[in-house]
Design a protein around this ligand. Structure first.
Ligand code: CP
Ligand code: NVA
Length: 325
């Protein structure tokens, strides 16, 4: 299937991908179209759309999915990846993020950065002459959310009116980006968490504004049962994110009522599915029977990281010649 051409405001070449709120819903829909097109047309993927292009991955935190899916995405389209972690090339320790960005922009065609803080990423992007992609920061994980809504669209056809419930640490990076993507596409996003882990007011306000354009809605609950009523998708993530390990005991105690159990699904719509960005901890945020059961989409979701990121790289690095964009 060949997707419709991008409208002028959907031109994505040269843009950064730091936070989904920087994008118009039409741009997110265009990326989703391209991801579906690349996924459903293996012959297109076999074409070297990124021949001779180099992607640098600079990671300050561990990764399985993000690293490997980006490396496979660019190499399968004819390009190459180089990966640096540890003390090798960290952003802002040996030199300013601005200097690192100016130098790398002379060598590579795009950069994926996984950082602790979001601010050095923004400084790096502001000085970079090539697209910079957020591969997870303390605030956002937009690549994950892009793959998540691709998975929801595949399963349900559309996000319009879809009820997505996120249980657990509702102020983390994954929760924030997921909610942005859901409301931008007209879905209804519900968070269930204790007040200590409730999204910040500014985030809720931003989500309400983002959703207003597309009919998306957002609500935060403390009672998981109220949040779960009628849910189509139940989503959770680790209770303690990377870099916050000192909060592990506190989070485990406070978030226990928000674990995704078989019982939680007795309050949802009968067809409800389970999603998790992975890595997961069975017996903590999710019961083994749920994540390993028939309603779990977690491995389709993980696979879609690859398809979504192929689309992202083609859209940000190229002018779309050779594809329908
Ligand atoms: N979901 C995700 O980003 O996984 P990694 O931390 O393994 O990259
Ligand atoms: N919230 C998690 C996501 C891991 C993919 C973290 O930041 O560690």
């Amino acid at each position: 299937m060949i997707a419709a051409p991008l409208a002028p405001h959907e031109q994505l070449q040269g843009r950064h991908f730091l936070d989904l709120a920087d994008f118009h819903p039409a741009e997110l829909r265009a990326l989703l179209r391209l991801a579906r097109e690349l996924k459903s047309a293996p012959s297109l993927v076999a074409r070297p759309l990124l021949r001779g292009r180099t992607l640098a991955l600079l990671f300050e935190k561990p990764s399985l999915r993000t690293r490997v899916s980006f490396e496979v995405a660019i190499t399968s389209l004819g390009g190459q990846a180089l990966f640096a972690t540890g003390g090798e090339m960290l952003v802002g320790t040996r030199e300013t993020p601005e200097d690192a960005a100016r130098v790398l922009s002379r060598y590579v065609d795009a950069v994926v950065i996984r950082t602790h803080e979001h601010e050095p990423l923004e400084r790096f992007a502001a000085a970079a002459g090539v697209p910079v992609i957020n591969g997870l920061s303390a605030l956002a994980h937009p690549c994950q959310a892009f793959a998540d809504v691709l998975t929801m669209e595949e399963h349900f056809g559309s996000l319009e009116g879809l009820r997505v419930v996120y249980l657990g640490d509702a102020r983390n990076n994954v929760a924030t980006s997921l909610a942005q993507a859901v409301v931008m596409l007209g879905g209804s996003m519900r968070f269930a968490s204790p007040l200590s882990h409730r999204p910040r007011e500014a985030t809720l306000q931003q989500l309400a504004k983002l959703g207003a354009r597309a009919g998306g809605r957002v609500r935060a609950f403390t009672d998981p049962v109220r949040a779960l009523r009628g849910a189509d998708v139940v989503y959770t993530d680790v209770w303690t994110s990377m870099g916050e390990e000192h909060l592990h005991e506190r989070n485990a105690a406070m978030l226990l009522p928000y674990a995704v159990t078989e019982r939680a699904f007795s309050f949802t719509a009968p067809h409800a599915v389970f999603m998790h960005c992975l890595p997961a901890h069975r017996g903590q945020e999710v019961e083994a029977g749920v994540i390993d059961g028939a309603r779990s989409l977690v491995f389709d979701q993980a696979e879609n990281r690859l398809h979504a990121q192929r689309a992202l790289l083609v859209a940000l690095i190229t002018d779309g010649k050779g594809t329908s964009i």
